[in-house]
Design a protein around this ligand. Structure first.
Ligand code: 1GP
Length: 263
């Protein structure tokens, strides 16, 4: 009887390994080549409902909500609910800490900051947040978060030993390790508002070796750069600061979506 129980458990686990949101993202990537996920920072954004509606109309495949310094959980819950009631695309949490878990979201980038020097950001925050993710039935997307470069909030808060921009082989090593640990997403992060984006050459190298979904973000503001990063092999491009800071961001957002779609 015990053996049977184990078998049942394992079979069940295999079935739920890829959830609805992950499957949806895979389909979107298959249909479009590279997709765009705008990031709405819960601390900085005003008029989130209208931003969410606009990005959805202009081709966002899902919406990320979070930020490395987000600490107000009530505010975050309100924001997620507001976005959920406005758009049909999935709302995915992008937490910088345990405070980034919020009940109404569809999924969460359940991330380990692999190149942090502090174990809190590699396994401890994850352990502290895991039960809440389960309780709220948020789909976890197993993600290796890898910080490239230095000087950004994510780098500072996460105590990262940033991968030098000209050392793509280090990014490959971390990405392969992520794959061997079962992480189906790698997020190459230059940091929000970074002066320099993750170099396309680094993305190309990671693409050559890593078999999961590659997310690239930080400092991507123009269709040209977004197009280069997509062509290099990114599956998902994240755009945050451009939406927050640029006056005519709507047109630019559409151009970015157009530039990265290869199918
Ligand atoms: C930050 O990668 C995201 O975590 C987005 O970066 O704000 O620079 O677009 P930007």
């Amino acid at each position: 009887m015990v053996t049977l129980n184990f078998k049942t458990t394992f079979a069940f686990k295999r079935e739920v390994a890829v959830g609805k949101v992950e499957q949806y993202l895979r389909d979107e990537i298959k249909n479009h080549g590279t997709i765009c996920l705008p990031l709405i920072d819960s601390e900085n954004s005003i008029d989130v409902a209208s931003i969410a509606k606009t990005v959805e109309e202009r081709g966002a495949s899902a919406i990320l909500v979070g930020g490395s310094s987000a600490i107000d959980q009530l505010e975050l819950a309100k924001l997620v609910a507001e976005i959920k009631s406005t758009v049909n695309v999935p709302v995915i949490l992008f937490p910088g800490n345990v405070t980034g878990v919020s009940p109404k979201a569809d999924a969460i980038l359940f991330s380990s900051l692999l190149n942090s020097e502090n174990t809190y950001f590699i396994t401890e925050a994850q352990a502290l947040g895991a039960l809440a993710v389960k309780k709220y039935a948020i789909e976890p997307l197993p993600t290796a978060y890898i910080i490239v470069g230095e000087g950004t909030a994510a780098w500072f808060v996460g105590r990262a030993r940033g991968i030098p921009f000209h050392k793509p082989n280090l990014a490959v090593m971390y990405s392969l390790a992520a794959q061997y640990m079962g992480m189906r997403f790698v997020y190459l992060e230059a940091g929000s508002g970074a002066a320099e984006n993750v170099p396309p050459e680094m993305v190309t190298m990671v693409r050559k070796h890593y078999e999961g979904t590659i997310i690239v973000g930080g400092g991507i503001k123009s269709p040209e750069i977004a197009g280069q990063v997509a062509k290099a092999g990114a599956d998902i491009i994240v755009i945050g600061t451009m939406i927050e800071k640029e006056g005519n961001w709507q047109e630019k957002f559409s151009s970015i979506v157009k530039a990265i779609r290869m199918r």
